[in-house]
Design a protein around this ligand. Structure first.
Ligand SMILES: Nc1ncnc2c1ncn2[C@@H]1O[C@H](COP(=O)(O)OP(=O)(O)OP(=O)(O)O)[C@@H](O)[C@H]1O
Ligand SMILES: [Mg+2]
Length: 328
């Protein structure tokens, strides 16, 4: 019988490969409906999406804590459904909810984790001291986790998640509930650790600014599907230049202008609100010229034509509002 060949950790550039991943929970909830994602090694990848989108389910599948119903997910070349032990040694996972022991000290929480990962006695203390220093926990080494502020507790839990120097770190909403300063502090410490230990980081969040600032790529998930994927800049470019606001000199021209606009081939949406027309369409200079010329030719005077700067929030709203199809 031929021996099964296990791929060693992929020499390739891909850390996570998800193909048509589906998950139906026992109650019949279809949480993932065919997720496809490819996450490069060394990148910082964000999962963004509304409540119930499937972010945690995706993370838990990658962490081998839940089994997919269909499709495949590979982590560092290993299959999540058949090679969980190889994966667990190489990843760190910090869930959305508190995971440190509230009645153990900062140091003891880290020690416990170091023992779980069988870090040798001699190395344990050095590693723990380094992490406490990196995550600003040195002065609180003897404090119980329950006595820490929200920000410090989250930092402790992230430190616990990387005690064994994982190749891939999965953080489910690392900054949920933290104030703006605590979020900044956490990200500062986290990005330094990620850089130094050359980790791939996958995190979920509801904060668009975190995605914009720290993620090299983002997938916007809604109702178990990937609605958009790319770098924050790429996603914004998809919309940038496509949101035109046209102000007409005469409000009474509104209906006639709408008729004309609907005939322009690349217009995908047009709304008339007050005296303004909001148009979604082609992103180039040619498109806006076409708009102006058509209006001129019919004697419709344009007072102003603005191209809106898209934010990640625009992309998010655009791709998530129409996503859920209950009949699917
Ligand atoms: N253990 C479970 N059993 C049954 N249904 C579940 C379970 N976990 C999650 N779900 C359901 O699966 C769907 C996706 O949930 P998930 O927690 O993955 O979303 P999420 O994107 O992480 O949301 P949030 O932003 O609120 O954390 C939701 O409808 C949720 O109610
Ligand atoms: Mg979640």
């Amino acid at each position: 019988m031929p021996m099964a060949t296990h791929p060693t950790e992929t020499g390739g550039t891909v850390a996570v490969e998800i193909d048509q991943l589906e998950k139906t929970y026992s109650g019949g909830i279809h949480a993932l409906r065919g997720i496809n994602l490819s996450i490069e090694k060394g990148s910082i990848f964000a999962l963004l999406g509304p409540n119930g989108a499937g972010k945690s389910t995706t993370m838990r599948t990658l962490a081998t804590l839940t089994q997919a119903t269909a499709g495949t997910a590979k982590v560092l070349g290993f299959d999540t459904s058949t090679e969980s032990s190889q994966i667990r040694q190489k990843i760190g996972y910090v869930p959305q909810t508190k995971c440190s022991d509230p009645y153990a000290s900062v140091r003891d929480n880290l020690l416990f984790q170091a023992r779980v990962y069988r870090i040798r006695r001699g190395e344990r203390m050095v590693r723990i001291d380094q992490l406490m220093s990196d995550f600003g926990l040195m002065d609180s080494a003897s404090c119980m986790a329950s006595q820490l502020s929200g920000g410090m507790r989250r930092r402790l839990e992230i430190a616990m998640g990387i005690v064994h120097k994982p190749t891939l770190l999965l953080l489910d909403e690392p900054t949920v509930g933290l104030d703006p300063d605590a979020r900044l502090e956490l990200w500062d410490m986290l990005t330094k650790a990620v850089d130094r230990d050359k980790m791939t980081l996958v995190f979920s969040t509801h904060y668009l600014d975190e995605v914009d600032q720290y993620a090299s790529k983002v997938a916007i998930i809604d109702a178990g599907r990937v609605m958009a994927e790319g770098s924050p800049a790429e996603l914004k470019r998809c919309i940038e230049g496509k949101m035109y606001t046209v102000e007409l000199a005469r409000r009474s021209d509104g209906d006639a202008a709408m008729e004309i606009i609907r005939q322009i081939p690349r217009v995908t949406r047009a709304l008339q609100i007050g005296g303004k027309l909001h148009i979604t369409g082609g992103a180039d200079h040619e498109f806006s010229q076409q708009l102006s010329q058509l209006m001129k030719s019919t004697n419709i005077e344009i007072l102003s034509l603005q191209v809106a700067q898209a934010s990640l929030g625009d992309v998010y709203t655009r791709v998530t509002t129409k996503a859920f199809d209950p009949s699917a």
